[in-house]
Design a protein around this ligand. Structure first.
Ligand SMILES: Cc1ncc(COP(=O)(O)O)c(C=O)c1O
Length: 439
C-alpha cells in the first residue's frame, strides 16, 4: 500500500468497523464519527471540513449578558413562550436596521435554534390548506430540514436551483406552483451548502409568485449578512441584506445566532413572522391545532408543545447582541469575515490541485467566499472522493444528501480550518493530486 498522510491500515480498519457502505450517502454526524475515530487511532489531526460548526469565539457581549441574566436569577422562571420583551424589540429593530423591513415585535419569536423555528413553521405550513400538502425546497439545502419533514410525515419536493438562475427561476417555480399542492417555498440565503446567494431579481420572482399562488415563503437567514461582496453591516443604511420580504407579505424568516454570533451552543434564534401572516386566520389550522391565527398557533400550540419556550438566559444574550449591532457598537459582519478569507485561500488551493468548484457563480458574478464551498474531482464519485480524502487527512460531506443535482460533489466548510492549518492542507492536497492523476 502506498504511503499516505494518514496510515492507510487505520483508515481501512475504521471504515470496516463503521460499515457505512457508500460514504456519499452518510449523514454529517456519521462522517464526523468516522473522522473522530481515525484521528484517535492514528494520532493525526484532520483538516475537518465536514460540519458547519462556528470556528470563532462566541460574541462576548452575549456571554456577558447571559451570565448577568443567570446571576439575576432568570433560571428560576419559565420564560414567556413568545420570547422576552427585550429580545422581541431588539429583533424587530435588527430586521429594520439591516433589512429595512418593518415588523411588529409581536411577530419576533424566540426559538431553540432555527432548527426549532423551522420545525414549528413547517408543521403549521403543512396544515394551512388541505389541498396544499407539499412544501417546495429550493435546493441544494440543509439536509436536517428534510429530516424534519420525514419526522412529521408530511410531503416535500425540491429542485436544484443551479440550472434555474435569474429569470429561468420563474418558469421553474411556476411549474410546481400551478399544480396547486404547494404550501411553502423554503431556501437559505446565503445557501448552505453551495453558498449561492439569490439576487434581488430572483427574490422578487419568488415573492411575486408567493403572492400569486398564496404560498408561504420560509427564508432561512442562518448566514445573515455573510455575502461579503457587499457590506450589510451598517445599521439603517443601504445596502441591506436582500430579502423576499421586499416583494411579498407571505413570509417568515429564521434568524439564527449560531453562525452570525458564533453562539451555536446555546441554541438560540428568532422566528420572524410578517405582520400580515402573524394575524391571518386559517380555518384548517384551527381544525388541526384548535387555533386558526397563524402566529397564535405557532406560539401557543406548537412552540408550547415542543419546548415551552427557549432558554431564558440565552434570550437575554441574543437581545444584547442584537442591541449592540443595532446601536452600531458591534459590527457582526466584521466578526465573521474571517470565514471569507479562509474560503478564498482554500478554494485556490483546491483548484491548483485538480479540483473543480461546482457552484461557482451567482449569474455572471463569481460566487462569494464564505462559510461553505463545493468541490469535485474529475473521475471520482462523491462517496469515493470522501473516502480517498480520508487517507490524506481531509474530511467533507457529499452534496447528495443536500438535494444537489451534482451528487458527485462535496461540501467543504471552512469554519474549523484556521489559517495556521493552510500549509498542511496544501501539502496534503499536493500529495492527493500527485497520487490520483486526472485522466
Ligand atoms: C441553512 C441552515 N438553517 C438552519 C441551521 C440551524 O441553525 P440553528 O443552529 O439556529 O438551529 C443551519 C445550521 O447549520 C443552517 O445551515
Amino acid at each position: 500500500m502506498k504511503s499516505t498522510p494518514i496510515n492507510g491500515e487505520v483508515v481501512k480498519k475504521i471504515l470496516a468497523q463503521m460499515n457505512l457502505g457508500d460514504l456519499g450517502a452518510a449523514t454529517i454526524r456519521e462522517v464526523v464519527k468516522v473522522v473522530d475515530l481515525i484521528e484517535e487511532a492514528s494520532g493525526e489531526k484532520f483538516i475537518r471540513m465536514e460540519m458547519g460548526v462556528p470556528g470563532l469565539d462566541p460574541v462576548s457581549i452575549g456571554v456577558e449578558a447571559e451570565i448577568a441574566a443567570l446571576k439575576r436569577g432568570v433560571a428560576r422562571d419559565y420564560p414567556s413562550i413568545e420570547g422576552v420583551k427585550e429580545l422581541k424589540e431588539e429583533a424587530s429593530r435588527f430586521v429594520k436596521n439591516f433589512m429595512n423591513i418593518d415588523v411588529d415585535p409581536l411577530g419576533c419569536i424566540a426559538t431553540v435554534g432555527s432548527m426549532q423555528g423551522g420545525y414549528a413553521v413547517f408543521l403549521a405550513a403543512s396544515h394551512l390548506d388541505p389541498k396544499k400538502d407539499t412544501a417546495l425546497f429550493i435546493d441544494p439545502g440543509f439536509p436536517v430540514q428534510k429530516q424534519q419533514y420525514q419526522m412529521m410525515g408530511r410531503k416535500y419536493t425540491s429542485f436544484d436551483v443551479y440550472e434555474f438562475r435569474g429569470n429561468k427561476l420563474r418558469d421553474k417555480l411556476e411549474s410546481f406552483l400551478k399544480e396547486g399542492n404547494i404550501n411553502s417555498i423554503i431556501y437559505s440565503n446565503p445557501n448552505n451548502p453551495s453558498w449561492v446567494c439569490l439576487t434581488s431579481e430572483e427574490l422578487q420572482i419568488i415573492g411575486e409568485l408567493a403572492t400569486k399562488y398564496d404560498v408561504l415563503v420560509v427564508e432561512d437567514l442562518a448566514y445573515f449578512g455573510m455575502d461579503f461582496r457587499e457590506d450589510y453591516s451598517v445599521p439603517g443604511k443601504a445596502p441591506y441584506q436582500p430579502s423576499v420580504a421586499n416583494y411579498t407579505d407571505n413570509w417568515v424568516m429564521l434568524i439564527s445566532s449560531s453562525k452570525v454570533f458564533s453562539y451555536a451552543g446555546q441554541r438560540m434564534a428568532v422566528l420572524v413572522i410578517s405582520d400580515k401572516i402573524y394575524k391571518r386566520d386559517y380555518p384548517h389550522l384551527k381544525e388541526r391545532f384548535g387555533v386558526g391565527v397563524f402566529g397564535t398557533a405557532i406560539v401557543y400550540r406548537l412552540l408550547y408543545s415542543l419546548s415551552s419556550g427557549a432558554s431564558h438566559s440565552a434570550q437575554y444574550a441574543l437581545a444584547a447582541m442584537f442591541k449592540a449591532a443595532n446601536k452600531g457598537e458591534y459590527n457582526f459582519v466584521s466578526g465573521v469575515k474571517e470565514y471569507g478569507k479562509r474560503a478564498q485561500i482554500m478554494k485556490k488551493l483546491f483548484v491548483e490541485n485538480g479540483f473543480t468548484i461546482i457552484y461557482d457563480k451567482d449569474m455572471e458574478q463569481p460566487l462569494a467566499d464564505g462559510f461553505y464551498f463545493t468541490i469535485g474531482y474529475p473521475g471520482l464519485k462523491g462517496g469515493e472522493l470522501i473516502e480517498k480524502l480520508l487517507y490524506y487527512g481531509i474530511s467533507a460531506i457529499s452534496l447528495k444528501s443536500t438535494g444537489s443535482a451534482y451528487v458527485d460533489g462535496l461540501r467543504a466548510c471552512v469554519s474549523q480550518v484556521n489559517l495556521s492549518m493552510i500549509p498542511m492542507l496544501e501539502e496534503r492536497l499536493k500529495a492527493f493530486n500527485a497520487e490520483n492523476p486526472i485522466k
